[in-house]
Ligand binder design. Structure first.
Ligand code: F6R
Length: 609
């Protein structure tokens, strides 16, 4: 949610800023801007509405040799997407880029109005004006002015600030929005996500909440808001450049769908023992005694991560017998007055590891003494660092805004966590073994499906691309898979898609069925198969346009389309079916000609509430 970059060194700052912003464009893409400085402090500010490519055109006409600068790609919160609301914002001699939300901006703005003429509608310009107010045109060091200003601010921020008076220094700070400092040879780079640094350096310092850093080409000085010095920990960025490139695919989304056999293999690596039919997750750091004592499991996440948690909860209930499992949406749960029983453990699920609502729940649960376990993809992210223990899903960077490979890996990682609980509780291995075997087989099964089905699904998408509404149906484990399928379709193709449990149709949604709708039914051959068939019949009897995804060879109802999946999986077939939904959403969206990787109004990594 908004991307920040910065550069101090000897090379062309514009080049790094633009290439860095392109890497971060998935975080926000309604407007962008950069400011660079020459040795005397002369600033060149370039901003534009729209994508980074629009900004790039502007930069090409205003090429500079400046070696210091900051940049920003925006996902609008306060003020419409426009050039005047794009960052960097200027106040006096300073320029600022900001990711996050200043909650008390109105109150601060009313006090600052007599000193500063506001040129935008943003909360960020208020922060720039406040810093400038303490900076007194260079009378105080910039980092001191930043500290004074931040002490008055409520909200979240990742910021980078430069003054025309000292253009060899960038000051950065964070609270709730990520900031990484890349250490190069004679250059220092700044980004809200390490992916922007790849190809420049692998050495990085991840700033913590409440820290402020003064950065030059060859130094980084960090202090807290209480002016206590912090000794920086330099870490190695493990991601490779290839992982954040399209690798020959037209879109990141297709690449990420297609790489699931490999990404899931990474999730499973070293964690499955196929001889003993057991799983081993080291990261959660829970002893057998602690695992055994778990009575209540809360699974916290947003959007796709929540769906993965819900899906895993259906499975975990199947092979444990004395724990209750509650998947919750973080945005709701953070304001509930939920009673938390003794012996509760919380799984905190997040691809980015930065989602504000999920992070708020994590902090709240921790403060109540609940043991928190992260199910996170982004290494070194805030959630990964704040949980008590955790399991990285190791799915690799997910660039496309719609989450796909992370869902599969999150769901499987959580089922594995459930299996470790079951093992510790002494559940018979004969109950657990079939799940372990199917998990181990899943990457291959996914590979088979991805080798054989894309063309069929592409043709299906062509047929349904002009519908306005879709209903996704599933029962039991397939219900969360249906929810996830509907989310994928609506967020990238803008088709109004909703999911219902098949058994709920008759309690209301059946009234919707008409020619504007199609119904996408996930129909695994499980113990509820016959009951789900009745649901399909109810829809057919009302003239519905039904597409069925099934692994049942004998399915023969006269529906509009059937996608038959050949698989040996009995328990995990719904996870496989979700890949059909992912491909279907992808192909419908490309058939409609929409931007698959950057759907309108959205951004990846939602670091604001
Ligand atoms: C949907 C999607 C979102 C995210 C949600 C949580 O395709 O990507 O619903 O799943 O915003 O994000 P993370 O997992 O980063 O916490």
């Amino acid at each position: 949610m908004c991307g920040i970059v910065g550069y101090v060194g000897k090379k062309n700052a514009q080049d790094f800023l633009i290439s860095g912003l392109k890497r971060l464009e998935y975080r926000g893409y309604d407007s962008a801007g950069i400011v660079t400085f020459d040795a005397k402090g002369k600033a060149t500010l370039l901003r534009s509405k729209g994508k980074i490519s629009d900004l790039e055109t502007k930069v090409a006409k205003n090429k500079r040799t400046d070696t210091v600068g900051i940049g920003h790609t925006r996902w609008a919160t306060h003020g419409e997407p426009s050039e005047r609301n794009a960052h960097p914002h200027k106040a006096g001699k300073i320029y600022l880029v900001h990711n996050g939300i200043i909650e008390n901006y109105k109150e601060l703005k009313s006090k600052l109005e007599k000193f500063h003429t506001f040129a935008s509608d943003t909360d960020s310009e208020v922060l720039a004006a406040l810093i400038n107010h303490f900076y007194l045109d260079g009378e105080y060091p910039l980092s001191n002015a930043v500290v004074q200003a931040l002490k008055l601010v409520h909200g979240t921020y990742g910021i980078a600030v430069v003054s025309e008076l000292k253009p060899t220094e960038v000051v950065v700070a964070r609270s709730g929005s990520p900031l990484v400092i890349g250490i190069g040879h004679g250059e220092t780079l700044i980004a809200s996500d390490a992916s922007a640094l790849l190809g420049h350096t692998k050495k990085a310092i991840y700033l913590n909440d409440g820290e402020v850093a003064s950065i030059t080409a060859d130094s980084v000085e960090i202090k807290t808001l209480d002016s206590q010095p912090v000794s920086a920990k330099v870490e190695t960025i493990k991601t490779d450049l290839a992982a954040i490139q399209k690798g020959g695919y037209d879109h990141f989304l297709l690449k990420e769908i297609m790489e699931q056999p490999a990404s899931l293999t990474e999730t499973l690596r070293g964690r499955i023992n196929l001889i003993e039919k057991t799983v081993h997750l080291g990261g959660p750091n829970l002893s057998d005694k602690e695992l055994k004592s778990i009575k209540h499991l809360i699974i916290v996440g947003c959007g796709t991560a929540y769906h993965a948690g819900m899906l895993a909860s259906y499975y975990i209930e199947q092979f444990t017998n004395d724990i209750t499992i509650e998947p919750v949406m973080a945005s709701e749960y953070r304001y509930r007055h939920a009673h938390i029983p003794d012996h509760t453990v919380a799984l905190i699920v997040s691809q980015s590891g930065e989602t504000a609502d999920t992070l708020a729940c994590l902090r709240d649960l921790k403060s109540q003494g609940v043991k928190t376990i992260g199910i996170v993809n982004a290494i070194g992210s805030t959630i990964a660092r704040e949980v008590d223990g955790g399991t990285y899903i190791h799915a690799g960077p997910e660039i496309s805004v719609a989450s796909t490979k992370a869902f599969t890996s999150q769901a499987v990682a959580m089922i594995m966590f459930g299996l470790t609980i079951a093992e510790a509780k002494g559940i018979k291995n004969s109950f657990i073994a079939p799940y372990v075997e199917e998990i181990a087989a899943l990457p291959n099964e996914i590979d088979n499906l991805l080798q054989t089905l894309p063309d069929t699904i592409k043709a299906l998408a062509e047929k349904y691309k002009s519908y306005d509404h879709a209903i996704y149906l599933g029962r039991d484990v397939s219900y969360p898979a249906a929810l996830e399928g509907a989310l994928k379709l609506k967020e990238i193709s803008y088709i109004d898609a909703n999911a219902y449990p098949t058994g709920e149709l008759k309690h209301g949604p059946l009234a919707l069925i008409d020619d504007r709708f199609f119904e996408f039914v996930l129909l695994p051959k499980d113990n509820l198969y016959d009951k789900s068939i009745s649901g399909v019949q109810e829809v057919l009897a009302r003239g519905g346009h039904v597409v069925v995804i099934t692994n049942s060879a004998e399915f023969s109802l006269p529906v509009d389309n059937v996608i038959k999946i050949t698989t040996s999986l009995k328990l995990l077939a719904p996870i496989l079916m979700n890949l059909v939904s992912q491909l279907f959403a992808y192909y419908i969206t490309t058939a409609k000609g929409f931007n698959v990787d950057q759907p309108r109004n959205l951004a990846k990594s939602v670091t604001v509430e």
